[in-house]
Structures are given as structure tokens and as C-alpha cells.
Ligand binder design. Sequence first.
Ligand code: KG4
Ligand code: ZN
Length: 489
Amino acid sequence: MKILSIETSCDETAVSIIEASGDLNSPRFTILGNALYSQISTHAEYGGVFPALAKREHTLNLVPMLKLATEEAFEHASKATQNGAENSTNQTTNKKSENAQETANTELSAELRAQILEILSRENDLGPALLDFLDTHEVFGIDAIAVTQGPGLEPALWVGISFAKALALALNKPIIPVNHMEGHIVSVLTESTELDRNDDIHNSKTNRAVQFPALALLISGGHTELVLSKDWHQYEVIGQTVDDAVGEAFDKVARLMNLPYPGGPKISRLAAESRAENLREKYKTDTTLSYDAGLGEYPWTLPRPMLKSSDFNFSFSGLKTAVLYAVKDKLKNRTDIADISANISTKELHSEHIASKDTPQLSEIEIKTLAEEFENAVTDVLVHKTRKAIEETNAQTLIIGGGVIANTHIREAFKKVADQTGVQLFTPSVSLSTDNSVMIGVAGYLRWIAKDKGILMPENLRKIDGTLDNGDFSMEKLAEFRANGNLSL
Ligand code: KG4
Ligand code: ZN
């Protein structure tokens, strides 16, 4: 079946069309079209994601993303048709008639047009933009629409949900509500690279079966969770952060170092440079490096929070504070910085948006070595807790999802964990590690074949009295997602 999927939970506006087949044990996915608009530059100056801005950007970008994904899917289909034509003429005819039928589907009645505008009435100009698209473009033949229902930023989520409802109504297709975190978990089933414990061969095509019990470590800007899964769609959160998420800690520490949002990739790059240049050692020995270097000892020693706690929980807020004090301490005797007290206060550090303009400058070698020490501290904690969880749950598969797994050092560390514990490790390809809509389509398909009760059939989109049914997309449901921040569907 073909699934159109929509993701708008945070600062990525994404639409994909995937082809999915197979059962839960051996699902197969092909990406036909995939379009993603990242709002990072819009939010960068605020040092984090602003919900109202995210909503506005989603309303502006959903139709362009739908258009891009659709065009790519048509291109993909026409290539497949051409290839098919060389082998069989019948197949070509079938494909064509399938698409033609979908074009006819988009001729909307006045009543339908009014309903679409009503559904999208709170989403700025999204309603008219969608109608314009449907009037002027051929719609790719899809069987269902999957959409992120939570967790995420509420105003941002609603744009995607309303858009899915409007499209479902226009195309007369079902909606599959998807949990964003489940999306991160199942993202490993598409184009995934199984980092085999013996070598680095990407053998995902030949060996993709997830063995249960499976443990998933979800590390993103909003989440840090260890989830135990005894079977598909059965999840138990066995550990989570008690304060900041890992990605959030990366981003906030980056602000302390005067690096722009999102700081994760930048810290990661600086840490890699520190290791490549062996700066830790140089710092100890080379007195010529800078006025503040060559002090004879390594400049940073950060804590490994909750390393010894008996549970599987994490804490990253203390690590972030430790960085703040280490930086303050490093700079306190600097004569070239006039007013240290004007720098970041503890209060600011805990607020969403840390001011950085008055932050004193560390030297390049200090920044790089600090990045390395911070990355090491985070990695040590993640690895230790996950390893403990693997041993105690007898997990056969370790799945790592979420934006932070784009971090090379952390990826490498988990390859070692797989080597040592014998667990089979699945990580998504880097492009599917951060938020995307492909993973929402994949999760949607798995819910579809499991006949999930949350699926909204087109006939249920409207109540008998003609008013629109919110189905599973109630405010209460969203609030529940936010409160739990977990996978309990
Ligand atoms: O999953 P994601 O795209 O969005 C959320 O759902 O949060 O994750 C984004 C987070 C950001 O905090 C970003 O700084 C972090 O992932 N991130 C990284 C790296 N690439 C992205 N953190 C560390 N190292 C990276 N290379
Ligand atoms: Zn995410």
C-alpha cells in the first residue's frame, strides 16, 4: 500500500510518500517521495524552537512539501513504469489507470471545499493553499494518510493533524495517527544500517528482523528514554531523563560556548577536531598554545550524572550546570574580560533561551577540549545505562533513534556495546535520525497492519449529523501525550 505521511511536531515540516508491504515480521518499505523543510534558521536566533513561529512556518510550508513529495513520487513511479514496460506492457497500463483515477478524485464539491476550509480555518492560509494545490495538481495515488499525533509542540502538531484531516476528506482516505517516538523507533526499518557487531557492512537489506525483547534508546532534543519492547506495539518506558533531554543539553551547552542553535552537530564537530588533533594531550604539555593553555593539567573534568544510580534514569541538567561553573571558573582570573558577573546566570541557564551575547570567549583549544569532555560525559552515561538495561532485560536488539544518534562518537560507542554484549544494533541512517516524515509513514504502516483501533476511517471523519469528528485527535489525547511524554497509546 502507499502511505502519505506528515510530520509537524517540532521544527521540521515534512511530507513523504512510501510504498509498504509485508507483515510485521518482514515489512518492506520504499521511499517514493520525501520532502522536508527545516525551520532551524528561523529559530536559531532564539536559541530554541518557538511554538508560534513553528506553527506559522508549518502553515506556509506544508503545501510546498506536499507538492515536492508528490512530484518525486510521480517521477519514481514513471521510472518504475518505464522499467516495467521493458518487461511487461500490462503493468504499465495498470499504473496509468491508477493515477488517472486519483486525478478524478480531486474534483471537489462545494460542500467538501467548505469543509476543508473549515478544518483549516485556524491555520492561516493553509486551507486556500491546499484547495489551490488540489485544483491544479494531480494527486499521487495513496491508500492512507499517516500523521504525527504527539508528543510535540501542540500548535505545531495541530497544523499537521488538521492538514491530514483536510486531505483525508478530499481524497476519501483513512488517517493513521502515529506516535512520534514510535516513529523514531521504527525508523530503523527503512534504509537502516545494521551496524553488525563484527563489521560495518550495511546488511539491512538481508537481515532486518528485529528480535524481541528489543530495547530502544530514544535520544532527541525533547526526549531521553529507554523503552523496552517485548513485541511490536508493546512498549514500556523503563528509564528516562529526570530533567533535560540529551539534545537539549547539547544545545544549551553549545550556547554557553557561544555556538548557534542547534548546538549538537557543532559540539560534535569540535569534539571530533579535539580528538583528531589530540588537544587533550597538547593542552597538558604545550605552553605555547595560548595564554591560558599549557597549565600543566587538563582543563575540564565534568561529572557523569547518575552513573551509579540503580535505575535506568538519566539527568543532564547537572552536567549543563557543571559546564557553566567550569567555564566561569576558567574565566574568573582573566584580566581581559571586564565583567564576568554579566555573564550567564544560573537562572538563565535553566530558562529556555540562554542569552549568549555577553558570554566570555574561551580560546579555541578550550572550546574544542570542552566539547570533547562534554561529549565523553554524555556518551559514558548513555552507554553505561543502556548496557545495564541490555543485561537486565536480556534484550536481543538495541534500536537507537532520535536526532542525537546523528552524533558519530555516540554511534561508535554503541557499536562497541554491541560488540561486547552481542546485541544486534539498529540505528537509522543519519538522514532518518533527526525528525522526518518517512518514519511516520513506517510507523503508520505497522499500525495499519496491526489494525490499530486509533485508525480513523473516512466514513468516521464526519459524524452522522454532518459535523466533523475529531476522532482520536482530541485535546485530551494531546494533553495526555504531553503529560506522559511516552509511548502509551
Ligand atoms: O529528533 P530530533 O531531530 O528532534 C527532536 O525531536 O528533538 O533531534 C534534534 C536534536 C537537537 O537537540 C540537536 O542538537 C541534536 O538532536 N543533534 C545532535 C547531533 N545532531 C543533532 N546532538 C549531538 N550530536 C549531533 N551530531
Ligand atoms: Zn524527534
